[in-house]
Design a protein. Sequence first.
Length: 112
Amino acid sequence: MNMRRLCSLNELRDRGARGFELSLPDGTKASFIVVRDGDAVYVYHNRCPHTGINLEWQPDQFLDPDGAFLQCATHGALFRPEDGYCVRGPCAGDRLQAVPAAVIDGEVAIRA
């Protein structure tokens, strides 16, 4: 699989999260969450392990009010940004599905 560009690192707020959609080679579309922590990025499929739906109700609204966890808007499950582990909610102990990612020359790319 090839690396596919999602965005520029500069498009992401430090300690923030944004959503992106990408057309895949098979013609389907996939939705992703990108979390930035300094120069590090974490990318997950935008899909709650409990319900299978996107985490956000409003575009790019992924973080809880304190900005500490990714939060499912449907049922309030909280996920650690650094590893997608669910610390609270009906899917506690599950994880968001991580996507291999890298920052290459200031661009966030995923293996897709």
